[in-house]
Ligand binder design. Structure first.
Ligand SMILES: [Fe+2]
Length: 187
């Protein structure tokens, strides 16, 4: 089911945000965080929401606008929030690139950018879980969901979409493993 999948992905995103937060706590202490972990998390956020998560949410949101315009208005400008998130992520990615290239960059500024990104994402997910998904579940009918499912398979090829999904599962598992190793090394 589409909302269940989106919900599950929110839980995955929260785990990745916690990892990012943890790595930047180490950065804040003046130590060297695990940049492989940080870059993998950034990469995940650069790709997954764009190709998979947001397009599906956009389809659900377009239907909600038709079925219950008032509820959609309460959710607000979803596309804009997604763009804001992407913009904040780009700033984080640039800051990390600058650190790794040994360019002059204030720790404090990096910290602010990362915090802003994490907070924005958490707030956004909370809003979607609280306002958007319940409203969609209430307002959309079975035909709507069938239509969304048909439209949301990438290249209209369900196999391709499963392959994409598996690729992201593998990437997440890889990040969790890297993070465990980094934590073990720090002990
Ligand atoms: Fe979302």
């Amino acid at each position: 089911m589409i909302i269940e999948r989106l919900n599950q992905e929110h839980r995955n995103i929260e785990k990745l945000l916690a990892i990012l937060e943890r790595e930047f706590e180490i950065f804040d202490l003046g130590d060297r965080p695990d940049y492989e972990v940080i870059r993998a998390v950034i990469h995940y956020f650069e790709v997954y929401p764009e190709v998979y998560h947001h397009p599906q949410e956009d389809l659900v949101f377009a239907k909600l606008k038709i079925r219950d315009p008032a509820a959609a208005a309460r959710v607000g400008d979803l596309a804009r929030e997604h763009q804001n998130g992407a913009e904040r992520l780009r700033r984080v990615a640039h800051a990390v690139d600058a650190i790794l290239a040994d360019r002059e960059i204030l720790r404090q500024n990096v910290d602010i950018l990362v915090r802003e990104f994490i907070e924005h994402e958490r707030r956004h997910i909370m809003m979607e879980d609280r306002d958007f998904f319940p409203a969609a579940l209430k307002a959309l009918d079975a035909d709507d969901w069938t239509e969304i499912a048909a439209a949301s398979t990438v290249h209209k090829d369900p196999l391709f979409s499963d392959v994409v999904e598996d690729g992201f599962d593998a990437l997440r598992a890889h990040i969790f493993r890297l993070e465990q190793e980094a934590e073990a090394d720090r002990r």
